[in-house]
Design a protein around this ligand. Sequence first.
Ligand code: PLP
Length: 410
Amino acid sequence: MKSQGLTTKLLHSDRLGKPEHGSLHKPIHTSIAYGYEKAADLAAVFQSRQKGYAYARQSNPTVSALEAKVTVLEQGVGTVCFGTGMAALAAVFLAFLRKGDHVVSSRFLFGNTVNQINTLVQTGVEVSYVDATDAREVEAALRPETRLVLVETIANPATQIADLAGIGALCNARGLLYVVDNTLTSGCLFLPKDVGATFSVNSLSKCFGGHGDALGGSVTDLGLFDWSKYPNLYDLYKGPDKSQWALLQLRKKGLRDFGGTLAPEAAHVLSVGSETLPLRIERSCDNAQKLAEALAKHPKVAKVHYPGLPDHPQYARTKALFTRPGALLSFELKNAGDTFPVLDRLKVGILSSNLGDARTLLIPVAQTIFWELGEAKRAEMGIAESLVRVSVGIEDAEDLLADFQQALDG
Ligand SMILES: *Cc1c(COP(=O)(O)O)cnc(C)c1O
């Protein structure tokens, strides 16, 4: 049979395991503990010699169904889900890095990821920030102790696109873990596997769930890294199937030891939301393109950052790598003092810090999510003081365009 499309796969994946009572959705399993009739089975589950559930901090059937969906979307060998995207990133760092290891990170990062890395540095891991739109910058920062390279696909809020393929080639040549935060693109727009990534990390709270009503995160092992060459793995987790070594260590460290567990109720909400992901992405990307073009033409707008506009510095790369340029854009007004009054006049767009929601959300970033970093760090990240981020939703395009028009015209 011809391989199915993504929407078909996402819609039907819950039924493909053993259907429970014919249920079309994976049921929400709320039990935190699981009982066994034979002590030998309980022991085998604990020792990872047998599949099964023991205590829900580490695994839960409803969460497993979501993990299977993310694995399908990212075309990986397996996924571990977490309570938030931040917990997913923290689990990668804490499970695979040790004191003295070195990380090269894009300097265009989600603000809280920068805050988290600042904390990581306190544990004795060293971090260099580089302009990841050029793989040569990453290469120049490498040291003998470098273990991991971290990038985002479309950086928020200024939409820089990392040199995803160039960095992938570099990481593969040097045996480095290549971690791609795919939140802004998701497996619908871009497969980190295609550029040789080790892990694809997603905040499921954003476009994956899509309705701003549940937090979650995931790490997918894409099956490309040769784990027999990685030093920081515990022998205990090296079972007969090498492809599962890193996933098991991630589950043991990230969930069992650090406890960043996703609740089954949230897993259910995220699973249901993801059924319409390909449909929502198409609509929100169409809307973003139209809005970016309209803003770029408006006399009061100084600059629009959107990878689907030909003047974007990585326009060609976007076309080559992504199926669409995403649903995130940002803009600056010619008169910075107009920014707040324009935002206050919006009626359809909502002033809110989230992104990837079905609704269009806007935020002036320097005064809010990037406030704690300070002006110098903001400048380094390419964030102008008057920059407004727009996460474009799935509203009817005419309504969205009319709303921005009236807000700008005042
Ligand atoms: C939101 C976000 C995160 C963090 O995800 P949470 O689920 O909010 O913890 C990480 N990376 C990127 C790119 C994000 O947009």
